[in-house]
Ligand binder design. Structure first.
Ligand code: SAM
Length: 232
């Protein structure tokens, strides 16, 4: 369970009705049951469900289980796609271990703004389900040209290009530092955007095979291949 407060030995945490409800009604836990907590700061702790109230519950922290993960240094940069699928894409990015998730506004991005709180809730739920001890950082949506202008010197941008992409394996061997995968929108990048992305020194255009994948499929494939290639 994610708690947004720094955990410490013997500490007591009061959780709100939504989380109490999840433990008591969904997981059917009784007082005295043990729960694993993480706070995205100090790692994962074991706690006891010490008290169940009408609208909240108290968890008593017993011991430290795991340090906060050093998640693989991979960013997922993606052009938001149709509503229902962006949630799914963010959830998979979190499950697959992305350290940062960055929505990028491109000329063919169909949605105006990204509901940050809602996507953060998806990240929390995904992290709880896959037992991460850290949440991916969820960046605000930036225009593609801003992202390219501010791109970090030492980070390789593995650009998923359905046309003119190179061997991912080769690109991985040649670039083993901090990384990002960039996935385009439905309809893809425009000519002009494609040129601007390829003009960036840190860009490595990669192919995900001869088929045209949906953006969310491409995101999952690209992250998984990068993780496998890095042995993470
Ligand atoms: N140009 C595509 C078309 O004609 O339908 C639309 C783009 S595709 C739906 C969405 C994104 O997924 C692309 O911008 C690219 O980033 C990625 N993608 C899809 N298939 C790919 C492939 N075979 N190799 C690399 N990237 C791919």
């Amino acid at each position: 369970l994610f708690v947004d407060t720094a955990l410490e030995e013997e500490g007591e945490i009061v959780i709100d009705s939504a989380q109490a409800n999840y433990l008591v009604r969904v997981l059917r836990l009784k007082a005295g049951a043990q729960v694993k907590l993480f706070d995205d700061r100090t790692g994962e702790w074991l706690a006891e469900l010490a008290h169940i109230g009408k609208r909240d519950a108290i968890l008593r922290v017993e011991g430290h289980l795991r340090a906060r993960e050093e998640s693989p240094d991979l960013w997922l940069c993606f052009a938001p796609i149709k509503k229902g699928r962006i949630d799914w894409l963010v959830e998979k990015g979190c499950e697959l271990g992305a350290r940062r998730i960055m929505p990028v506004k491109t000329q063919r991005t169909q949605i105006g703004k990204v509901k940050h709180d809602k996507l953060r809730a998806y990240c929390i739920e995904a992290a709880e389900q896959c037992e991460r001890t850290a949440l991916p950082e969820l960046a605000n949506m930036v225009p593609l040209d801003t992202m390219l202008k501010d791109w970090p010197e030492d980070r390789t941008l593995f650009y998923a290009a359905e046309r003119g992409g190179g061997s991912f394996r080769k690109a991985l061997v040649e670039n083993d530092g901090p990384a990002a995968v960039l996935i385009g929108p439905e309809g893809g990048f425009t000519e002009e955007e494609d040129e601007a992305i390829r003009a960036l020194r840190q860009t490595a255009p990669i192919s995900l095979g001869p088929r045209i994948l949906r953006a969310d499929t491409a995101a999952v494939a690209a992250i998984s291949l990068w993780m496998a290639g890095r042995g993470d």
